[in-house]
Design a protein around this ligand. Structure first.
Ligand SMILES: C[S@@+](CC[C@H](N)C(=O)[O-])C[C@H]1O[C@@H](n2cnc3c(N)ncnc32)[C@H](O)[C@@H]1O
Length: 276
């Protein structure tokens, strides 16, 4: 990529997150460069293709139902009576859990198909909308939520600075952010390229077979642990706890082969951070 493109993309990101918005002339300039450099959500196409099958399997798929979800939920504080934002809600399985446990839920996702499925699942139980977390969350006010939950969605965001600044803004003080992503060590082990470096944040394309045929290529970013924790702390959060889930007996019964693998190798990592 040419150096000029790189500078313009950086400028465009600064505009998008309001860092340069106050200057009117620059604002007009943003309109011009935004047309060419606006980022398209990298996983949108993949999730549009996967949405129906994702919604069908997500309640019982072992990696989610018996592994990632219990670990992420174990990090949640009491949700009853709390206002919770489900960021990257997919088909709404977490939102449903939150509602069942007494929370008031606002949820969003970038995929219209996922939003439709979440609405189907949740009815009037939650406010659900389409939004891209790589852009400012203008539809949300400051200090509006007690908890933000973002499960397996930040893997699709290259630069976490903007989204974490927005999460910090819309959280009350005190407030809690819980999120899960692919484990950096797992991502590194899966990548067989000789020129790979654990320390790079890089775009990878993986063919997902777990949701059945036709298989879908899902692009996502892998990054080192440092590139997860540093922007979190820089955004103002205090890291409270991490969880590297291990599969339990229910997982073993459902999927003995993956149980062996995930008992020895990491799959996901979950974080709890506080705004206080
Ligand atoms: C692996 S799914 C997880 C869905 C849900 N949180 C769950 O655990 O079932 C990832 C979700 O992130 C959404 N997503 C990807 N990029 C996004 C973005 N830029 N903004 C909002 N959502 C995004 C996808 O559309 C997809 O629904």
């Amino acid at each position: 990529m040419r150096w000029l493109d790189k500078i313009l993309i950086l400028l465009n990101d600064c505009f998008a997150f309001g860092l340069l918005r106050r200057n009117y002339k620059l604002h007009r300039f943003h309109g011009i460069i935004n047309k060419k450099y606006e980022k398209k959500p990298i996983a949108l196409e993949a999730y549009e293709a996967l949405a129906e099958r994702y919604a069908e399997l997500i309640d019982t798929k072992s990696e989610n139902a018996y592994y990632e979800r219990p670990a992420t939920i174990s990090l949640l504080p009491e949700v009853r009576g709390k206002r919770v934002l489900d960021a990257g809600c997919g088909a709404g399985v977490y939102s449903e859990w939150l509602i069942e446990h007494g929370a008031e839920v606002v949820a969003f996702d970038v995929s219209p198909a996922m939003v439709a499925l979440a609405k189907q699942r949740l009815g009037d139980g939650a406010e659900i909308r389409r939004a891209d977390m790589e852009k400012p969350l203008d539809f949300l006010g400051d200090a509006d939520f007690d908890i933000i939950l973002s499960a397996l969605a930040l893997d699709y965001i290259e630069n976490w600075t903007g989204v974490l600044a927005e999460f910090y803004r819309v959280l009350k003080n005190p407030g809690t952010l819980i999120f899960s992503v692919g484990h950096p060590a797992m991502r590194f082990m899966l990548d067989k390229r000789e020129d790979k470096s654990y320390f790079d944040t890089r775009l990878e394309k993986t063919e997902w077979k777990g949701f059945g045929a036709p298989y879908v290529i899902v692009p996502s970013y892998s990054r080192p642990l440092e590139a997860m924790i540093t922007p979190l702390i820089d955004a103002g959060f205090r890291l409270e706890r991490i969880c590297e889930p291990r599969p339990g007996e229910d997982f073993k019964r459902a999927d003995p082969e993956s149980y062996e693998r995930l008992s020895r190798f990491p799959g996901f990592i979950c974080f709890r951070a506080a705004k206080d």
